[in-house]
Design a protein. Structure first.
Length: 317
């Protein structure tokens, strides 16, 4: 088993075609076919089903592709770290961002790393908190934003921000940030909501129980973008973190107001792995991301967000 075989395996799985994989790898098609067959012979199991629609990983192949991708990522990380420029921090850092924070943080993080730390290569992944935690546990992320999560034996959770959830409605409903909306009033509207079991939905359901109200979920989706789109189209209201709708409200595409009676909050934390050595590049990105978040809160660009009392800005110039 060698690196060329692993690259062939992952590329074929991603594109579903030996011909296309050969083009991407700058090889002839028989060479890619030979690498896959040699790997299958070594493992003693088929890794792909050859179908009319293309190459589809078997169950064993899916496991192998996942492991191979991680191995290739680690080799790439080592290559970058072992070829440093004197005085420059180098490395590959994979960052997880909550979908609701991407508009606020993704471009500024890329900008500050490119400007101040050109030796660091960033990879950004977005998702919901549960998915991001799983990817962190599996080693696919170096650090990630999560919410409502304490430290565990496998990860450190550094508190960053506490923010309220907001009711979100079409512009004509004229919700206003300075007029909080009781949960009981929100529950009288049809709601576009995440599916049951999603962390945000859990917070909303708990608030409904405290308000002795019911959530009238007419549509369920695990896409924040779809939630906002359906609200704009008039299918109902929704409930989202303030960071996820600030730009939409500023553009007049949505109206929004903090929830009250009861107030509903989420706590955003920065999750990092406990085990193993923390590369210098990861430490740099942790500092820069923390600084960006602190600055956004202090400049009122993250609505209704509060920093923890001991939330010191750890960035060093």
């Amino acid at each position: 088993m060698d690196v060329k075989q692993l690259k062939a395996l992952v590329t074929v799985a991603e594109v579903g075609s030996v011909t296309r994989a050969a083009e991407l790898l700058h090889l002839v098609q028989p060479a890619v076919t030979r690498q896959i067959r040699t790997l299958e012979q070594e493992l003693g199991i088929p890794l792909f089903e050859r179908t009319r629609q293309g190459m589809r990983p078997t169950e064993a192949g899916t496991v192998m592709v996942d492991r191979a991708r991680r191995a290739l990522n680690e080799l790439e990380r080592a290559r970058v770290e072992l070829q440093p420029t004197p005085g420059v921090v180098t490395g590959l850092v994979t960052v997880g961002l909550l979908e609701s924070t991407t508009a606020l943080l993704a471009e500024p993080l890329v900008s500050v790393i490119a400007q101040n730390h050109p030796g660091i290569e960033l990879r950004l992944m977005t998702g919901y908190s549960g998915h991001l935690q799983q990817w962190l546990d599996e080693g696919d992320l170096d650090l990630t934003l999560l919410y409502n999560l304490p430290s565990t034996p496998s990860l450190n959770a550094q508190p960053l921000v506490q923010e309220s959830l907001w009711a979100v409605a079409p512009p004509l409903d004229a919700l206003s940030p300075d007029r909080p909306v009781p949960f009981e009033e929100v529950s009288t509207h049809p709601l576009v909501m995440p599916a049951a079991g999603h962390a945000l939905r859990t917070l909303v359901d708990e608030a409904a129980a405290r308000a002795k109200s019911k959530v009238n979920a007419v549509v369920q989706t695990n896409s924040m973008w779809v939630q906002k789109q359906l609200v704009q189209a008039g299918y109902g209201w929704t409930i989202l973190p303030a960071a996820g709708i600030a730009a939409d409200v500023a553009r007049g595409e949505l109206s929004a107001a903090p929830l009250c009676e009861p107030d509903v909050y989420r706590s955003v934390v920065l999750g990092t792995q406990r085990a193993g050595r923390t590369p210098p590049a990861v430490e740099v990105v942790v500092r820069e991301l923390t600084h960006l978040i602190n600055t956004a809160v202090r400049q009122w660009r993250w609505p209704s967000a509060q920093l923890p009392e001991n939330g010191a800005d750890v960035r060093h110039e």
